[in-house]
Design a protein around this ligand. Structure first.
Ligand code: 5AD
Ligand code: SF4
Length: 460
C-alpha cells in the first residue's frame, strides 16, 4: 500500500454513548430462514453508507448481514431506499461536516417521500452531538457502536442482547475479511476523542478469534485483517498480541493487522512479520510527530528515537516490507522546530506512505483547550511539506520495485480499463491488467511505479 492522503484509512473508531458492560453473550441469533419470503423486510430496500475507517467498514458488513437476514434488498442510491443507514466517523470535524451534508439531503428526500427511514450509526451515533442531529434532521434511529445489535430489532429480527466481545456477525465467505480482536483504547492522547466516547480496551479471547478465522477460511476467505484501535495492546489470559498473531498466521493463508501503537509494538511481533510466510510484510505504526516535546504534549508515551529503533527492527526483519504512519500537523503548541523534527523523522524512517492530518479540535479533548493554536496558513504549509517529504521517499522506494516479479493477491477485480487492484506480499498496492478473480493470486512483473502504487504486467 502506498497512498498519501488526508483521510484516515485505519482510524478504527467505534464509540458508544454508554461504556460496554455485562458479560459476553452468544452471537447474533440467525433466523431459521433468513431473508426469505416471509422475512420482515421482504420487498423493502436499504442503503448503507460508510464513512471513516476499516472498523466502520467492518461494522457496516455486520449491519448488511442483519438487513439481508431481515429480507431487505441492498441498493446503492438513497432515492431507491426505504431505509438509509449512515455509519459514521467522529474523529475529525470534517468527517462530521460530510455527514451533516448527507443528513440534509436525506431530509429533503424524506420530505419528497423517496426515503422512509434514516438511521445514524457508528461514532457520531455514540457522541453527545447525535442528540441535536437527531432533532435537527428528524432521524429515526441513533445507535453507537456498542449497541449496533439494536438494528436487528429495528429491521424486525429477533431482539439481540448486548454483546461484550465483538461477536456480532461479520463478513463471511468473502475472499477478504476483517476480524475485530479488541475494541476501545486505554490511551489518552491529547487530541483524540476515541477513549472519551468509546470506553476502555476490551480484548476478545484468543480461541474466539481463531475459531472465527477457521470458519472464515473454511468458507473461502483467503485474507484476514485483524482489527482494533491498538491491536498490539491485545492481551488475554497471559497471552499477548504476538501469540495471537502467530496462532492466526497458522490458520489463515494471508494475514494483516491494523492499527498499532508504538508503545505496545514488541520486537518479537516485528520479527514475526518478517519470518512468517502468511503475514503481509506491511506495518502501519502511527507516530503522530517527530518532536519529543510534542509527543509528550500528546501523551504518546514514547520518544522519537524509540520509534526510530522500532522501525529499524522492522526494516531488518522485512527489508522489502512497507511502512505507513499517521502524522498530525498543527497540534496546539507545535513550533517550527517541532515541525522540522517531524520532517527529519520522515526522512529517517522513509515511510512508504503516510496519512497526514491537520489538527482538528474535538470538544472534550485536552488539546481542544490548549493554548498555542497554529494559524491555518501555517498548518497548510506544514501539511504540504510533510506530504512532499513522504511522497518523495515513497516514490524513491517504489522505484526500487521496478523489474521485480511478484505474487499479487487480487483484491478488486478488473474495472472497465481492464486493471485489477492487488497487493504484493510486501504490502504494495499494484494495478495489474488481469481477468483474475478477487481472492486469487497472479504472478506479475512490476513495470513502473508512482508514489502511491505500482503498475505490473502478468507473467503467466
Ligand atoms: N485531529 C487530527 N487528527 C486526528 N487523529 C485523531 N484525532 C485527531 C484530531 N483531533 C488522527 C491520528 C490518528 C488517526 C486515526 O487520526 O493521526 O492516528
Ligand atoms: Fe486515540 Fe491515542 Fe487511543 Fe489511538 S492510541 S485511539 S490516537 S487515544
Amino acid at each position: 500500500m502506498s497512498s498519501t492522503t488526508n483521510e484516515a484509512p485505519t482510524a478504527p473508531i467505534q464509540l458508544s454513548r454508554k461504556p460496554p458492560g455485562g458479560p459476553s453473550v452468544g452471537p447474533y441469533p440467525k433466523p431459521a430462514e433468513s431473508g426469505g419470503q416471509g422475512a420482515p423486510g421482504a420487498g423493502k430496500t436499504a442503503c448503507i453508507r460508510t464513512f471513516g475507517c476499516q472498523m466502520n467498514v467492518h461494522d457496516s458488513d455486520r449491519m448488511r448481514r442483519m438487513i439481508q437476514d431481515a429480507g431487505y434488498a441492498e441498493v446503492q442510491r438513497y432515492e431507491e431506499a426505504d431505509l438509509v443507514i449512515l455509519n459514521t466517523c467522529y474523529v475529525r470535524e470534517n468527517a462530521v461536516d460530510r455527514v451533516r451534508g448527507h443528513l440534509g439531503e436525506l431530509s429533503r428526500l424524506r420530505r419528497e417521500g423517496r426515503v422512509k427511514k434514516v438511521a445514524l450509526t457508528g461514532c457520531i451515533g455514540a457522541a453527545e452531538e447525535a442528540q441535536s442531529l437527531q432533532k435537527t434532521f428528524d432521524i429515526d434511529l441513533v445507535l453507537g457502536t456498542h449497541n449496533t445489535y439494536e438494528l436487528a430489532e429495528f429491521v424486525g429480527l429477533p431482539t439481540m442482547r448486548e454483546t461484550y466481545t465483538p461477536e456480532l456477525p461479520g463478513t463471511e465467505g468473502e475472499h477478504s475479511a476483517f476480524v475485530t480482536i479488541m475494541t476501545g483504547c486505554n490511551y489518552q492522547c491529547s487530541y483524540c476523542i476515541v477513549p472519551t466516547v468509546r470506553g476502555r480496551m476490551i480484548c476478545r479471547p484468543l480461541e474466539s478469534v481463531v475459531g472465527e478465522i477457521e470458519d472464515l477460511v473454511a468458507g473461502g476467505t483467503g485474507y484476514v485483517t485483524l482489527l482494533g484501535q491498538t491491536v498490539d495492546a491485545w492481551r488475554y489470559e497471559g497471552r499477548r498480541f504476538c501469540d495471537l498473531l502467530e496462532a492466526v498466521s497458522e490458520v489463515a493463508p494471508r494475514v494483516w493487522f491494523t492499527t498499532s501503537h508504538p508503545s505496545n509494538m514488541e520486537d518479537r511481533t516485528l520479527r514475526a512479520i518478517g519470518e512468517r510466510d502468511t503475514i503481509v510484510k506491511r506495518l502501519h505504526l502511527p507516530v503522530q510527530s517527530g518532536s519529543d516535546r510534542m509527543l509528550k504534549l500528546m501523551h504518546r508515551g514514547y520518544k522519537a528515537d524509540r520509534y526510530r529503533r522500532k522501525i529499524s527492527v522492522f526494516r531488518d526483519a522485512a527489508p522489502e516490507g512497507t511502512l505507513s504512519t499517521d502524522i498530525i500537523v498543527g497540534h496546539p503548541g507545535e513550533t517550527e522546530d517541532d515541525h522540522e523534527q517531524t520532517l527529519r523523522l520522515v526522512e529517517d524512517c522513509e515511510f512508504d506512505s503516510a496519512y497526514i492530518f491537520k489538527f482538528s479540535p474535538r470538544r472534550g479533548t485536552e488539546a481542544a483547550a490548549l493554548p498555542g493554536i497554529v494559524p491555518d496558513a501555517i498548518v497548510q504549509r506544514r501539511f504540504l511539506e510533510v506530504l512532499r517529504a513522504v511522497e518523495q521517499n515513497a516514490f524513491r522506494r517504489n522505484q526500487r520495485k521496478v523489474g521485480g516479479v511478484e505474487d499479487i493477491f487480487v483484491r478488486h477485480g478488473a474495472t472497465e480499463d481492464g486493471k485489477a487492484i492487488g497487493e504484493t506480499w510486501s504490502g504494495h498496492a499494484v494495478h495489474v491488467a488481469t481477468e483474475a478473480a478477487p481472492g486469487t493470486y497472479v504472478r506479475a512483473t512490476i513495470q513502473s511505479a508512482g508514489p502511491h502504487v505500482l503498475y505490473a504486467q502478468t507473467t503467466n
